[in-house]
Design a protein around this ligand. Sequence first.
Ligand code: HAM
Length: 440
Amino acid sequence: MALITKAIRGTQDVLPSESAAWQYIERTALSVARDYGFREIRTLVFEHTELFTRSVGETTDVVQKEMYTFDDKGGRSITLRPEGTAGAMRLLLEHGLHNEVLPVKVAYVTSCYRYEKPQAGRLREFHQFGVESYGAGSPLADAEVIALADATLRALSVTGVTLRLNSIGCPTCRAEYHKALTAYFEGKKDELCGTCQDRLGRNPMRILDCKSPVCSAIAADAPVITDYLCDDCVAHFEKVQAYLTAAEIPFELDPHIVRGLDYYTRTVFEFVSDALGAQAVLCGGGRYDGLCEEMGGPHLPALGFAMGLERLLMVLKAQNAALPEEPRCEVYFASMGEAAAQKCFMLAKGLREGGVTAECDTVGRGLKAQMKYADKLGALYTVVVGDNELESGTAKLKDMQTGETTEIALDDSLYTTLYNKSLDRQLAGVADLLREGLEA
Ligand code: HAM
């Protein structure tokens, strides 16, 4: 029979062979975030549509073209989250976290949904690791969040990445800039795409990140925001740069970074990778001091970033980075006969309770087929149990890497022996990692 359906275009399953790499990236990112004082939140996969139209902005590509929006059975308009910032802010306000001691710092790993044209590094369902810091208006907070993104990429040994930095000012300096942009684009209005002609009167900055080649070419010569920054925004931006320089985090100034979402103010940044081709942005973020009020809350300075996990994996694969691999099976118990099968089941259960990965036969294979299976699993040790072993209470423990065999008792002492071997292996792994870290 033909398969009922296939996965939706632009989505990717995670297979058993890939999940260790995903777990490693998520664990590492959240652990670096924790070192910086960011605690994990889990936001909702869907929200009221208005949350995104109000925060991300009605004239952005995300809202105009890319959201998965539908009416639920109660007739309410619902949207699958296209990004994490809006839902995190809703969570903060709804649970009153902004009334706690500030800054409140949160981190998340979430799936996101955007109806974009799929290509390498651009998916319709993708995953982000993100952080948000609420209540800190000082440029030190900008430097802290950027340092965290940098530290995450370094903890994952990502190389070939450049940090690009810009300031897109506050509503005061933005008003002057909008006038200059409008004047510039008015002269070329007929050449712009239909969406951008509409944006011209409503939000000319969005023309700067239109993906159409004609609009991008026109936007390349448009006035840049950095020429219109007010004194406060200039001072803030200079301090961010000074703190990054002091922390030895290299960056390049790029006046063309405006980000594709409306909520940003002042500092914006992107980490771009030379291994990603067209979708080079690995991580994007910035300050959004007006969003909390826009969503009905108090004035609350805020900032954050998100990095795409699929893009991170692409970069690590392109670098041939060694991703950690856990053995699928540390000990395989092969059995001959019903009584031995039951004994092996009990021994495997005991080892598993101590955190050792153990397997035994559950499909009724013969001994030869069981050993073949153990080999496929990459078992580090095997123990064969038959009538003789049951009678003598001992069996042979075979080290599958060296071929060496030793006698092992089929009682509680077996657990101690094998727990210790597992622990030694893990300690050796940690020592290797530490040594590699020291050498790097
Ligand atoms: P964003 O730039 O839209 O920012 O997305 C952040 C990252 O998500 C991108 O740099 C990219 O790695 C990944 N990404 C975005 N779209 C796709 C896609 N279609 N397929 C695969 N990966 C993708 C935000 O989402 C903001 N919420 C970031 C932020 C947090 N700003 C402040 N706080």
